[in-house]
Structure formats: structure tokens, C-alpha cells
Design a protein around this ligand. Sequence first.
Ligand code: XIL
Length: 346
Amino acid sequence: MSIDGPASLRAHASARGLFYGAAVDTGLLRTDAAYRALLAGQCNIVVAENAMKWAAIHPEPDRYAFEQGDELVAFAEQHAMQVRGHNLCWHEALPSWFASTVNPGNARQILTEHIRTVVGRYKGRIRAWDVVNEAIALEDGRTDGLRTSPWFEMLGPGYIDLAFRTAREADPHALLTYNDYGIEYDHPAGFTKRAAVMALLKRLKADGVPVDAVGIQSHIDATTSGLGPGISAFVSEAQALGLKVFLTELDVNDDNLASEDIAVRDAAIAKVYGQYVTTMLANLAVTDVLTWGISDNHSWLNNSKYHKEKHPGRQERALPFDASYHPAPAFYALRTALDSATVRNA
Ligand code: XIL
């Protein structure tokens, strides 16, 4: 059965005015022709898995390294795909020079210059930027839920406003996104984090900060029973604020599935894909679905500490394609979920 051309995820998404895409390993993009063909055939949007993060794109205080980002954007344009930019402000993937160079006196200037330079480089060529990534961390103990990240420590809560305002100036047409994880489930931690993210979005809107979208990372546990009405209500609230909603980093990890039978795990994973994506797409605000990688052999989940301890040597089945670039049951579940959506006209 063909999964190419009109049968691809790309075609099924496009037919409904949706975007389906994947995070791209720009190293593999250079070396693996089958990987390139798979991405070009299945995606109408791509995002760099790491190449546009600070550590990769800003390796020295006065030097930027745009090669891999440029290659990804060129590849996307060659295949008429959109691009998401990821990301401009995060507490992780900071370059080695960061700690010794950035201080409260220069942090504002360094953050501003970085965003101007990187967003300016790709101006007009990026559909959406993840401007601020993972700014909420209840475990850091603040009542507003803000993570006490290096940016927060040096600039206070206003670093978020600064990042969005600077990005807007640098590329007025990119959809500026706040992206976070751990807001999908209806267990208590999910509930409180979701509330803190929503409070942040409302605060930004009330203060006139240019935020256009919220990204729900969607790293999901295949055994979860926690995907309840909470996340749908969150999407409706975001829509009421005038925001678009993107599923930005979808994958379904099987670490808590004991079975060594791949078919058993695949069935459970496909079920989560189908239910979750169908539910999310029921709201018209949701327009983009990206998986964090496209094939199981290149999933970040294979490197997680929990995974390696629990299932040494076992490969995740988290993505639509397996290690041989053959479609998994998750591919078909995802495609059916895309088909369930009402046509978007954006
Ligand atoms: C991950 C990449 O997949 C890994 O290759 C890298 O080592 C660490 O970062 N949330 C995010 C992504 O926003 O940037 C992370 O990507 C996964 C979690």
C-alpha cells in the first residue's frame, strides 16, 4: 500500500489546510538521502531539532554559525515546506561561553542582539518561532510558576516580554510562539502547570506582548490514562485569547510498556496518536502537528536516562516511521487523525 504522494501525511495535512512536519537532524540531512526523501515526501513543515539553538548557532560571543540552519531552510524551500524556528530563549543548550560572559549588566543587550541576528537572518522565511521555551517550572517554587532560569535570574520576568518584542521587530510576519511541556495530562502536576502557562499567556496578552501561538510539546507516555478534558479546555482558552495552537514535539514513548512484542507496543502507541491528535484537531485553533523526529532510530528518547536504564538496547517506537523508514501503525493513526479535521483556511 502506497504511503507516498497523495497517500502521504503531507498530502493529507495539506488537504485540510494543516501542517504536518518533523524535527530534523541537520547532520543526517547532509548524509542520508533516504532521510531527505522521507522528509520531503511526508512533511510540509520542518523544524531544526538542535541547529538553531543558542549552543549551535551562536558558538562564540561574536560569532554565529548559520550553515546548518541555512541548509535546513534551503531544503525546506526547495521542497515547498514551511519552517518553524526553535528556539530563541531557553535555559538549556546555552553555549559554553554563556556562564562566563553573560551577567545582569549585559544580559539584556546579549539577548536582544541574539534574537535580532538570528530572526533577522531568516526574516520572511519562518512560519513560526519558538520565542521562549519552557519558562514555567512549578518545582522552582515561585507563586507565578516562573522557572528561575539564567534569563530570569538576570533580567526578571520581563525577559519574556523583551524576547517577544524583539522577535516581532526582527520579523513582523513570523508567528511568535510560547512553547512548553508537561501540560497535556489531567493529573495534579499537569493541572497546575497548565494553569501557570495559561496565566502567563494571559499576562502577556494583557500587557500587549506580541504572542501569537502556544506550542504544546506533546511528549506523551504510551501508558497514560491522563489525557482528559483538561488539555482541550486549555486549547479553547488559548483560542479565546486569539492564539493559534501547535503540537510542536509529539512523540509517544513506550518506556512504561513492558511487552517485548513490538506489535503490542505499536498498537498502544498508535492508539495514543489517534486519540490525542484527533482530540486536539477538533479545535480549529490547532493547525500544526510536528513530531520530534520522523523515524524511531533518530528519536531523542533513545538517549534518555530513564529509557536506557529501563530498556537497555531496546529502541523506542515513538514516531510514525520505524528504523527502516517504513510506516508504523502510528503513521496510519496519525493520518486518520489528520483526516478527521475540519478544513482550515489559514
Ligand atoms: C532535545 C533534542 O532532541 C536532543 O537531541 C538534544 O540533545 C536535547 O534537546 N524539549 C525541547 C527540545 O524543546 O528542544 C528538546 O530537544 C526536547 C525537549
